[in-house]
Design a protein around this ligand. Structure first.
Ligand code: AMP
Ligand code: GLY
Length: 416
């Protein structure tokens, strides 16, 4: 079977690695991929959806898995389907749950799904009025995709007004900020919830937790994510039932009513306040680094993805291993501020029950080089969270490159 995977991160690497583990005979085509995906398959580096569809047709690709949201925002799923190609992900219209925060907030309101109180606007005066009626901190978000940087948590009314003004004028995020969402701050703990969906049915994956801040104890700037673990014991059965009943089921039926049924990965950023789940955001693809800790826990990932693509999730059983995974991101020296010098990676050995998912790496005359912000993720798997954490850090110590930085406290919420 030939599988195309779109994206260049450790997320895409981890998907291929998990599929390969179960089925040796898969052939992988990555676009663009990275210096390590070349060891799992071929990098083809085509960017435009139409070029990719043409390549998939000509090379008889059986399935395309979309890792990154940019392809989804461009409507790659619609284009592949027009060409009778099999693809895992939501249509452009369904992807609006991620690509437009105001669409998402209006949708949540319309279908009575709990979320922070908000105002969508492109008018600074209206934004100001709403801001002055909230108690700080106040959250100001750009409507469009901003690579995870479009959310400002303002500590004062003045800061919130300034953030809104800079977004609306286009100064902060260009066109992505010309429409904004202002909302109340929710104080609780965050969970990343993943439902693999086929339009009607879904399979819930283990709850994960991401660590977005650069430094230990959640200090420093926001990043794409410095580590993750799953399953999280913070998500008990009662909470998961509420998430299914009050969020996932109404979202799938609501999207169907809107004429944009949702298939692919529904990634729900949840804030749990007094045991009640509130939707902070939707993403329409796997999280990175959450994907890297979920993949090793799914026994039959290919079956899951194929069933979701072919609308037969109702009839399959997905087995989740009784294990825990912790992933620690090793980033380059200047991440997330600016790029760093390319530098060689050396790996002493890979201990049992650990593996690496590669992201910002390239190959220089056969040498693997750290060549990006988030370079790689050290993943440890264990019978409990402590063991998985210990394994991940054991592997971390065995991986060296100049300027390597990583958090020392991944999974601290459940394994201090
Ligand atoms: P988002 O991209 O909307 O998930 O926002 C990025 C991060 O900002 C989230 O992971 C939260 O940590 C934080 N955040 C967003 N909205 C809120 C809110 N209403 N209350 C508290 N924190 C928030
Ligand atoms: N880890 C958060 C994200 O992928 O958006």
């Amino acid at each position: 079977m030939k599988i195309m995977i779109l994206g260049s991160g450790a997320r895409e690497y981890s998907i291929a690695l998990a599929l390969k583990k179960v089925n040796e005979n898969l052939k992988f085509y990555f676009s663009p991929g990275n210096g390590a995906t070349q060891n799992l398959g071929i990098n083809i580096n085509l960017k435009k959806p139409l070029e990719l569809a043409k390549y998939a047709k000509e090379n008889e690709i059986d399935l395309c898995i979309v890792g990154s949201e940019n392809f989804l925002a461009e409507g790659i799923v619609d284009i592949f389907k027009q060409h009778n190609l099999s693809i895992f992900g939501p249509s452009k219209a369904a992807a609006m749950l991620e690509t437009s925060k105001s669409f998402m907030k209006n949708f949540l309101q319309k279908y009575n799904i709990k979320t922070a109180k908000f105002l969508n606007t492109n008018n600074l005066e209206k934004a100001k009025e709403f801001i002055l009626n909230l108690t700080p901190p106040i959250v100001v978000k750009a409507d469009g995709l901003c690579a995870g940087k479009g959310v400002i948590i303002a500590q004062t009314h003045n800061q919130a007004v300034e953030a809104a003004s800079k977004m609306l004028s286009g100064e902060s995020f260009g066109d992505a900020g010309k429409f904004i969402v202002v909302e109340e701050f929710l104080d609780g703990f965050e969970l990343s919830i993943f439902a693999v969906c086929d339009g009607d049915d879904f399979v819930l994956l283990p709850a994960a937790q991401d660590h977005k801040k650069l430094l230990d104890q959640d200090k420093g700037p926001n990043t794409g994510g410095m580590g993750a673990y799953a399953p999280s014991s913070l998500a008990n059965e009662t909470l998961l039932e509420k998430i299914k009943k009050d969020i996932i089921i109404p979202t799938l039926s609501g999207m169907k009513k809107e004429g944009s049924e949702f298939s692919g990965v529904l990634f729900i950023g949840i804030m749990v306040v007094n045991q009640e789940p509130y939707v902070l955001e939707f993403n329409v693809r796997f999280g990175d680094p959450e994907c890297e800790v979920l993949m090793p826990l799914i026994e039959n990932p290919l079956e899951l993805i194929l069933a979701a693509t072919q609308k037969r999730l109702k009839n399959i059983k997905i087995n989740i291993k009784r294990a825990y995974a912790v992933g620690v991101v090793c980033a380059s020296e200047n991440y997330p501020y600016k790029s760093s010098e390319k530098t060689e990676i050396s790996i002493k050995n890979i201990p049992e029950n650990t593996h690496i998912s590669y992201a910002g790496v390239s190959l220089d005359n056969g040498k693997l080089m750290a060549d990006g912000g988030r370079v790689l993720v050290c993943v440890g798997v264990g019978k409990d969270i402590k063991e998985a954490q210990k394994k991940a850090y054991e592997l971390c110590e065995n991986v060296q490159f100049k300027g390597k930085q990583f958090r020392k406290d991944i999974a601290y919420q459940v394994a201090p």
